[in-house]
Design a protein around this ligand. Structure first.
Ligand SMILES: [Cu+2]
Length: 89
């Protein structure tokens, strides 16, 4: 089923073999769209098992979103990733 407006569950799996470097801090997520006046939505994805994180974002509009992730490493470094996500009515 395609993701719809409202609460969506985000599952993140880190496949990098250096996953020992990952901290146990939740991944910070921010969802945004590219048009003016759009208010970003935020959420956290806590670690749920080895290299796997899961959390919710509440999307407020249908359309093309970009989900930005901030992944914290044990040494304090932050890795930033993003991916597109289409939200349906
Ligand atoms: Cu929008």
């Amino acid at each position: 089923m395609p993701p719809k407006v409202g609460a969506i569950q985000i599952n993140i799996q880190i496949t990098n073999p250096n996953s020992k470097l990952l901290s146990e801090s939740p991944i910070e997520m921010e969802g945004n769209m590219s048009h003016p006046g759009m208010v970003p939505v935020r959420g956290n994805a806590p670690l749920i098992s080895e290299s796997r994180y899961q959390g919710n974002l509440v999307t407020t509009m249908a359309g093309d979103w970009i989900i930005f992730l901030k992944i914290k490493l044990k040494n304090g470094e932050i890795i930033e990733k993003n991916f597109p996500l289409r939200i349906h009515e």
